[in-house]
Design a protein around this ligand. Structure first.
Ligand SMILES: NC(=O)c1ccc[n+]([C@@H]2O[C@H](COP(=O)([O-])OP(=O)(O)OC[C@H]3O[C@@H](n4cnc5c(N)ncnc54)[C@H](O)[C@@H]3O)[C@@H](O)[C@H]2O)c1
Ligand SMILES: [Zn+2]
Length: 426
């Protein structure tokens, strides 16, 4: 844990480094470029080889997908079915609220102009599976595709060394409307979905979170496909004044740390007394948790606790850091909430655990990380819609448009443009 106060000598330089840009390291970039090139050249053969190398599983080109029989055989507990249904209910309702609807207007010359929204035909959804079967992520991505009416949803997730995928995850994928399941993970899966192989039909758009290799693959393949955002290793930044409950704050920090050793957690407060209490609570609660291995890694390398001068400084640091999740706990919520601009999602007050947003609340938990929140927003339903603008004129509106069109045509030296308009009213 890096604990620093504004009086410390290295405070300013540390805070400056929190103003980050979402850029990959050289080694990850090079490795992912090689993986993409291999998949582009070797197709399914490369998928089989990487599955062996990174996931220790023997597959062949005929075994890359979950079969319909496997899917039909999936059995889960009634409590799982109930939880999946409850989460999906909120997700679909929230997603429907975020869908765009067709609209049109009459412009100044009398032409009808509008926008039309249709679901993408085929999307790919990556569901991480390296460290935990992220059942909730299946719902928080594919559920939005389903709500938007996407007919073909292919999911990719790594299988275990036995070639199997967790049954709860399969159940959730099915419930969320996924139509094919590729048992491949990592950058190689992203490359297969974007470029296609003999057995994998390429997609129009790619969605979903993953580790740094997955995120970097999406970044490099942008152009071949469009992507949703760059959702990488989980993060939380908690901003609290003295009204924060130290046990709750510690619990939320630990919850995001258990996602994996590459998670980042931060706590910023203007109350020095609260820092001591939170650190004690973290140490105490850690003893009772199962995933202490990952959490200890995060506490060692990915944790910072800052004692700032005041709330304004806390908010400024938060905007520079652009955390995936920001938890804001303070007496004057109305004042500070509008000033937090770069967070993927904001959790308000002592009683809003980030975990409820992770699993159940409704907004997608697929959120920008690594500083990308500065320029990306979290996953939304309308990202599964293709937008097309539509223009319709009649003789009257052509006549009214002609003068301006001809002037642009003259300036740009494009006389055929002017002619194509004039010809309609001659
Ligand atoms: N931002 C969000 O919205 C969000 C949501 C859910 C999960 N997440 C994050 O997703 C991540 C999931 O990571 P994960 O690792 O558990 O699963 P993952 O499925 O993203 O990655 C596992 C795959 O990575 C590949 N891989 C592993 N080691 C490799 C190496 N050395 N070189 C190249 N490829 C390698 C393997 O092929 C493996 O299948 C976590 O960091 C979690 O925090 C983020
Ligand atoms: Zn989480």
């Amino acid at each position: 844990m890096k604990i620093l106060g504004y009086r410390d000598a290295d405070y300013e330089s540390f805070v400056k480094r929190l103003n980050r840009r979402a850029l990959p390291t050289h080694d990850v970039r090079d490795l992912v470029a090689d993986i993409i090139a291999e998949v582009a050249g070797q197709g399914d053969k490369a998928l089989v080889a990487y599955a062996k190398r990174f996931d220790n599983v023997e597959l062949n080109a005929k075994k890359l997908f979950i079969t319909p029989e496997e899917l039909a055989d999936v059995k889960v507990a009634p409590s799982t079915k109930k939880a999946v249904a409850a989460s999906l209910k909120n997700i679909i309702a929230f997603a429907k609220g975020g869908l765009r609807k067709d609209w049109s207007m009459i412009n100044a010359e009398g032409a009808r102009v509008g926008e039309r929204f249709q679901p993408f035909d085929r999307v790919g959804v990556y569901v991480p599976g390296g460290k935990a079967p992220l059942v909730s992520t299946a719902l928080m991505t594919a559920g939005f595709a389903k709500a938007a009416g996407v007919p073909e949803i292919i999911a990719a997730t790594p299988c275990g060394p036995d070639g199997k995928v967790n049954p709860e995850l399969l159940y959730a994928l099915k419930a969320a409307g996924v139509t094919e399941i590729l048992k491949i993970g990592g950058a190689q899966a992203i490359a297969a979905l974007a470029l296609g192989t003999k057995t994998v039909k390429p997609v129009d758009r790619l969605f979903g979170p993953g580790n740094r290799f997955v995120v970097e693959a999406k970044r490099q393949l942008f152009g071949a496909v469009s992507i949703d955002l760059l959702p990488g290793p989980s993060e939380v930044l908690i901003i609290s004044d003295k009204t924060g409950n130290p046990d709750y704050i510690a619990a939320d920090l630990l919850a995001q740390a258990e996602h994996g050793g590459d998670s980042v957690i931060g706590f910023i407060t203007d109350s020095k007394a609260l820092i001591g209490k939170v650190v004690k609570a973290v140490e105490k609660q850690l003893l009772t948790l199962n995933r202490a291995k990952y959490i200890k890694e995060v506490l060692k390398q990915g944790t910072f606790i800052l004692n700032v001068r005041n709330m304004a400084e806390a908010v400024e640091i938060s905007n520079a850091f652009a955390s995936e999740h920001v938890s804001l706990i303070c007496a004057d919520e109305k004042k500070w909430l509008p000033q937090i601009r770069t967070a993927g999602a904001i959790y308000l007050g002592n009683n809003s655990p980030v975990a409820v947003g992770d699993f159940l609340a409704g907004p997608s938990h697929t959120l920008p990380t690594g500083g990308s929140g500065r320029s990306f927003s979290g996953l939304r339903a309308d990202q599964f819609q293709r937008r097309t603008s539509i223009v319709k004129l009649d003789k009257k509106s052509v006549r009214k448009s002609l003068e301006v069109v001809q002037e642009f045509a003259r300036i740009e030296g494009l006389d055929a443009h002017g002619r194509s308009t004039a010809i309609r009213v001659e």
